[in-house]
Design a protein around this ligand. Structure first.
Ligand code: 6R9
Length: 650
């Protein structure tokens, strides 16, 4: 029966349906949160007990933010793949469906893979990797579409102690090459092609291109579409052939809690993407615990996270979180608008999805298509909704709540980052009233703090830079090969604290509202992008002298990419060149980095010491000309009028 929710101003109370049978009421949250900060050792040991340890840790917390040295469960040994699969099979849950695979086309049959079958698949892949020469500690690059074999590849690496580095299937050959080179990976797992909205993505072709720049020992190719690909003798192996006859047993490697599990590249405000390193024990406990409490998962439920395994959300909340919790997770290969704009809802209806987790950009795009697409399908199975990746505007929140969640599904707005491994700030469905647009409350063990630009701590209802003052189990430990960069990026701005790079407001009820990045990182459709990366790609073009890239508000994407470009002397700008530059960035980085606007300018506004005044460029891109602030320190203040004129012309 549909519940009517009484709205109290901006507060939406916990729906009665969410209180029933919840694993965490408000009283429990308060009690557990207090314990998690008063007695972290006891609290986290208790959470860790849900997992199988090969050697139980005797030590829980062991960290410092000054100097930076982060360790959890230091003397414990475990294998996360065994916790995701073997543990459930041993407990008699082998017949429970682990993954439901919904292919790109609704006409292609779906697949349901039980825990026992998934374990067999992972063992086969693990032994194939061993046959290829992969050893504990080796880095393996995974470049796969959203098919179960992507998850199988990750779990197989984890099983044998290899460190995976998943590269999102939308990234370019250059981006793959850079990541292979940075982590010195000798092995690649890819598919022949991917499918997205009936279009084929040449995954193996892109790997071949990348391998013209860097070399690896072997490439394992999973046959998916059956499309034509080139195989290099001696280097490339078809998975279905090479795996023939491998052993059907493979004991999971005993990993130290602090052995690296994976590297995932993410954008920062400067330089090339950083290889964020997560280790085994803390990450395992963090993803299992956050999955369990944030989604209040109940046995038998179908859970669907629409992220790609190439992002951290896919790592933590398609693969490691749900599988360690023994859940049934849906994996979708396609896109929200193929064959039509109702695909998400058709899939929810078809598989009777109970928990649905997606990004605000997708909600906004689908909202724009109208309610009819939602109404066509029976969404009564939905019990809980979630969002991640960027702030959600209250209008999109309300639409999601009313039209998708039929006014009785709690929405969890989960704030977290690649570096945090899992959820950090979110309401818990059975415990907290919701405020549309606010992520809510800190998760167990998370101690947020707001500081001003000088690092002074701000108390009460206020707004500032979001820091976290204590370590949590799922925290990233380092940047691959560059610990100093890790320290400089996250711990140098405010000594002794982890700085998130986000701005945040805390209201009178101690709810947290993320306001967006305060550094030169932009968030395009929930994807993090360093403006510096787009700038470096642009200046690689032979006609470009200089560029400055900023974000601007975009109705669907949240933020769009605005590029100011100065051409070499004598080169005349025109629309053709703008188009060429757009394509150039797409090929250099990938389609997610496509510029929305290119504005040519004879020069960039700089201070006399040569620093680009980004504040001014941001305001102009936002069409906010009234508050440009002080422009008198510019070397050439007259440039600004030309920039405004250029903006008005587009
Ligand atoms: C999980 C993920 C992290 C950045 C983060 C913040 C933004 C993520 C958010 C959110 C507001 C939320 N972000 N979740 N902002 N509300 N619920 O997205 O990781 O790709 O590393 O991005 O995304 O700005 O700093 P990642």
């Amino acid at each position: 029966m549909q519940e009517t929710i009484e709205r109290q101003g901006d507060i939406v109370p916990v729906p009665a349906s969410a209180k029933e049978g919840t694993s965490c009421t408000l009283e429990q949250y308060n009690e557990m949160y207090a314990r998690s900060v008063d007695d972290p050792d006891g609290f986290w040991m208790e959470q860790a007990e849900r997992l199988d340890w090969i050697e139980k840790p005797t030590k829980v917390t062991d960290w410092s933010f000054d100097p930076v040295n982060i360790k959890w469960f230091t003397d414990g040994k475990l294998n996360i793949c065994a916790n995701a699969l073997d543990r459930h099979v041993a407990a008699g849950k082998g017949d429970t469906v682990a993954l439901i695979f919904e292919p790109d086309s609704p006409d292609t049959p779906d697949r349901k893979i039980t825990y026992a079958a998934l374990l067999a698949d992972v063992i086969k892949m693990a032994n194939t990797l061993k046959k290829m020469g992969v050893k504990k500690g080796d880095r393996v690059t995974i470049y796969m579409p959203m098919i179960p074999e992507g998850a199988v590849a990750m779990l197989a690496c984890a099983r044998i102690g290899a460190v995976h580095s998943v590269v999102f299937g939308g990234f370019s050959p250059d981006a793959i090459a850079g990541r292979i080179e940075d982590c010195k990976s000798d092995y690649v797992i890819c598919a022949d092609e991917g499918l997205r909205g009936s279009k084929r993505v040449p995954l193996k072709g892109n790997v071949d291109e990348a391998l013209k720049k860097v070399s690896v020992k072997s490439v394992l190719v999973v046959q998916h579409t059956g499309g034509n690909v080139n195989m290099t003798e001696g280097r490339d192996h078809w998975y279905h052939e090479y795996s023939e006859g491998v052993d059907t047993e493979c004991a999971p490697e005993a990993m130290n809690a602090e052995d690296p599990l994976f590297i995932l590249y993410t954008s920062g405000s400067t330089g090339s993407p950083k290889g964020v390193v997560h280790t085994t024990g803390g990450y395992a406990v963090w993803t299992e615990t956050t999955f369990r409490y944030t989604f209040d998962y109940r046995p038998g439920e179908v859970y669907w996270c629409t992220a790609d395994i190439g992002w951290v959300t896919g790592h933590s909340y398609i693969v490691y979180g749900p599988l360690q919790a023994g859940a049934t997770a849906l994996m979708f290969e396609g896109v929200p608008n193929y064959p039509d704009h109702d695909r998400f809802w058709a899939v929810c209806d078809k598989h009777k999805v109970n928990i649905f987790y997606t990004a605000p950009t997708a909600i906004r795009a689908l909202m724009r298509e109208g309610d009819a697409h939602v109404k066509k399908h029976d969404l009564s199975s939905l019990r809980l909704l979630g969002t991640v990746g960027e702030p959600i505007n209250p209008e999109a929140w309300r639409w999601y709540y009313e039209h998708v969640g039929h006014n009785n599904c709690p929405i969890v707005d989960t704030w977290w980052q690649t570096e945090t491994g899992g959820h950090m700030i979110t309401t818990l469905p059975g415990a907290h009233a919701m405020k549309p647009g606010s992520a809510g409350k800190p998760f167990f063990g998370v101690c947020p703090q707001l500081v001003d630009n000088d690092g002074a701590v701000l108390e009460g209802a206020t707004e500032g830079n979001l820091c976290i003052t204590r370590s949590w189990p799922g925290q990233a430990r380092t940047v691959y090969g560059d610990h100093d960069r890790f320290v400089q990026t996250y711990f140098a701005n405010y000594r002794g604290k982890y700085f998130t790079g986000d701005g945040c407001r805390r209201d009178e009820d101690d709810y947290y509202w993320i306001t967006g990045r305060v550094d030169d990182v932009i968030n395009v459709s929930g994807h993090r992008m360093g403006t510096a990366e787009v700038e470096s790609a642009l200046v690689l073009h032979e006609l470009v002298a200089e560029s400055a890239v900023v974000g601007f508000p975009h109705d669907i994407k949240g933020q769009g990419i605005y590029c100011y470009v100065t051409l070499n002397a004598g080169v005349e700008p025109d629309d053709e060149l703008a188009k060429a530059l757009r394509n150039w960035v797409r090929t250099e980085i990938g389609p997610i980095a496509s510029p929305d606007h290119i504005q040519f300018t004879p020069g960039l506004p700089k201070t006399r010491s040569g620093k680009i005044m980004r504040r001014i460029l941001r305001k102009i891109a936002e069409n906010d000309f009234g508050s440009l602030g002080d422009t008198s320190t510019l070397a050439d203040p007259s440039l600004v009028d030309g920039l405004i004129e250029g903006r008005l012309n587009r």
